[in-house]
Design a protein around this ligand. Structure first.
Ligand code: DAH
Length: 368
């Protein structure tokens, strides 16, 4: 027998209709929560209905109780469904509002603490300048043959220049010669001329070793070798290249350079080059003043060297130079003590080092 709706069940339908309408109307999650509290909370409409049960006759209480529970369930389902819809809408709105701007600068992370050592930075600056003048990069090993480091460079056994180099020697090999830790980058000249035919234009940055240590000398240091060989390169070209290099490297419109006659076994004539600077307080100004600092050795490649690599000195000629990287790094960036370069002190590196994005380019600036 179908139950006839009592007055209470009729009013239940009304209440359910109201609550469902309120759920449907809730514009956002906060409003929906208010609706939930008002409906199902401790003092909400459903609790109120439950409290009326106590005053009912047992039969009526049973059917009314069931009806209220079903109402509670349906309102709960409606709330859940609405919550999900509103939640999804809220997420889409947030995603649309919080768009990431990929053009913003990158936030500094732990990687930003890393620094490029000034020697690496300066080697890159030098490379960039000479590359722009048409020189390519050549390399050689740190452990060299006696022939490449000395003999081919016109420094035969017993030559006094061998004593000047404070060489680190290895044990004698089967051929009776001792390999060395290269004392200069000049052996890369020999390697290049043995491998390739002129015209040649190379620079060779790298480590070199001499048994010598004080405030301005460390047993390992860095040089860049330069070599240009063809049929007509002359001393004027050498001077121009070095002058252009110094202007670009020190980023000044004019430099003062002094070419002093000197002697190297592998060049004839040979020169040492000083650069003029002024010291104003702690600051070093290149291109001003009357102080001089020797920065490189150079000259026209000696005919004997050309002969040693099988080139005809009546046909080929050219220039070579060797530049101390550490020294010009000290000069350019005002670093007073060479030993600090190799002491692996993170505080020093943080102060004098370069951020990894400061890649030297002629267009963008060398030492940003
Ligand atoms: N190799 C020389 C040194 O270490 C520097 C040098 C001088 C290199 C003259 C050259 C040069 O190429 O032509 O002291």
């Amino acid at each position: 027998m179908a139950e006839t709706p009592t007055a209470q069940t009729a009013s239940l339908e009304g209440i359910e209709g109201e609550l469902l309408a309120a759920v449907a109307k809730a514009p956002d999650l906060n409003a929906l929560e208010e609706v939930r509290v008002a409906a199902l909370g401790k003092k909400g409409r459903v609790s109120e209905l439950m409290q009326t049960l106590g005053r009912m006759a047992p039969e009526e209480r049973k059917s009314f109780g069931q009806a209220v529970n079903q109402l509670k369930e349906r309102v709960g389902e409606a709330l859940d469904a609405k919550r999900e819809t509103l939640g999804r809408a809220a997420l889409s709105a947030r995603l649309a509002a919080e768009r990431a701007d990929v053009t913003l600068p990158v936030r500094e992370g732990p990687l930003a603490d890393g620094r490029t050592h000034p020697v690496s930075q300066v080697a890159d600056e030098i490379t960039e300048i000479f590359a722009d003048m048409g020189f390519s990069i050549a390399e050689g090993p740190d452990i060299e043959t006696d022939f490449n480091n000395f003999t081919a460079l016109n420094i035969p056994p017993e030559h006094p220049a061998r004593q000047d180099h404070d060489t680190f020697y290895f044990a004698e090999g089967p051929d009776g010669t001792r390999p060395v830790l290269r004392t200069h980058t000049s052996p890369v000249q020999i390697r290049t001329m043995l491998q390739k035919k002129p015209p040649l234009r190379i620079i060779a940055p790298g480590r070199v070793y001499r048994s010598d240590s004080d405030q301005t000398h460390t047993p390992m240091f860095h040089q860049v070798e330069g070599l240009a060989i063809d049929e007509e390169t002359h001393l004027g070209h050498l001077k121009w290249v070095l002058e252009e290099f110094c202007k670009a490297f020190f980023e000044v419109p004019q430099v003062k350079m002094r070419f002093r006659a000197s002697h190297f076994p592998f060049t004839e004539p040979s020169m040492e080059v000083d650069i003029g600077y002024a010291k104003v307080g702690d600051e070093i100004r290149i291109g001003e003043g009357d102080q001089w600092l020797e920065i490189l050795g150079c000259g026209m490649v000696h005919p004997n060297v050309l002969k040693n690599v099988g080139l005809d000195p009546t046909r080929y000629q050219g220039f070579a130079f060797g530049l101390g990287i550490d020294r010009i790094a000290m000069l350019k960036y005002g670093m007073p003590d060479l030993r600090a370069f190799f002491s692996a002190d993170l505080r020093w590196l943080k102060h004098y080092g370069f951020p990894s994005y400061a890649v030297p380019t002629l267009a963008g600036g060398l030492g940003q």
